[in-house]
Ligand binder design. Structure first.
Ligand SMILES: [Zn+2]
Length: 261
């Protein structure tokens, strides 16, 4: 089995100095690809260093995360954009709107999100979208920019049935499912009955959102197997089938040299 973690922040200092150890463990377990969304200017260099050490395994995305949008957004976005021509990126991320932590910069978050959506169309790259308490706003921006031309993942999907129905109307979008699906109080398993496994890509969002039985601890790429098992269970598939289909879904969006189904 060859599994793709479509969203992981293994370059963050939460993992110092164990990155290599965790990557070897991930590879041994059957994970062959990590997609790494950026956070902001403070994380770019760490991400590049890690991707350069594992060129066939770790693949960067470039973007400015909504919780990093502040009064300096314009200059920060300009510097993020300047990176794009300097090396290959496999997606624009992590981008989106987050109204859970702070609504102060809603207007600025929208400007930054929409600008990065435009980049993704120009570059023909998928987007990794972070949405928290902001589905109407995110959908509004997607339709405003171009729902037909955009493609990507609603990463860490934990929305309602109605929100899932809205995403299903966007033909080029998948949902990213992580450890939350294993949480006892999560309604996600039930909500996923509304859609097929063809809509799903797997992710960890490590170091966040570790699955049961590691809930509350630092998440690691290798824990993605707990999420894969749970998805197999929900759709009554084997683990092999689940890994194969979700990989196919991921590679439909993310074009990565040498990575095939
Ligand atoms: Zn993330």
């Amino acid at each position: 089995m060859k599994l793709i973690d479509t969203h992981c922040h293994i370059y963050l200092d939460d993992f110092d100095p164990e990155q290599d150890e965790l990557i070897v463990a991930a590879q041994k377990s059957g994970i062959d690809t990590l997609l790494l969304p950026n956070v902001d200017l403070s994380t770019v260099e760490r991400m590049h260093v890690l991707c350069d050490r594992y060129p066939d395994f770790a693949f960067p995305m470039m973007g400015l995360h909504p919780t990093s949008v502040d009064a300096n957004y314009s200059e920060n976005l300009r510097q993020i954009e300047a990176h794009i021509s300097k090396r290959p990126y496999y997606g624009i991320g992590e981008i989106g709107i987050d109204l859970y932590w702070d609504k102060t910069y809603l207007k600025e978050q929208k400007i930054v999100f929409e600008e990065q959506l435009r980049w993704s169309i120009e570059l023909d790259l998928p987007v990794a979208i972070h949405t928290r308490d902001a589905y109407p706003e995110v959908l509004d921006s997607i339709y405003k920019i171009d729902a037909e031309k955009l493609k990507g993942v609603f990463h860490s999907f934990t929305g309602t049935g109605e929100e899932l129905e809205e995403i299903k109307k966007l033909s080029n979008f998948k949902i990213g499912i992580n450890g939350v699906i294993t949480f006892k109080n999560s309604k996600l398993s039930e909500i996923l009955q509304q859609t097929s496994i063809n809509q799903i890509v797997l992710e960890t969002d490590a170091p966040y959102l570790a699955p049961v039985p590691y809930r509350g601890k630092r998440n690691e790429p290798v824990y993605i197997w707990r999420t894969a098992e749970k998805i197999a269970d929900i759709y009554k598939l084997t683990l092999e089938e689940t890994v194969y289909i979700t990989r196919k879904n991921a590679l439909k969006l993310f074009k990565i040299a040498n990575k095939t189904i």
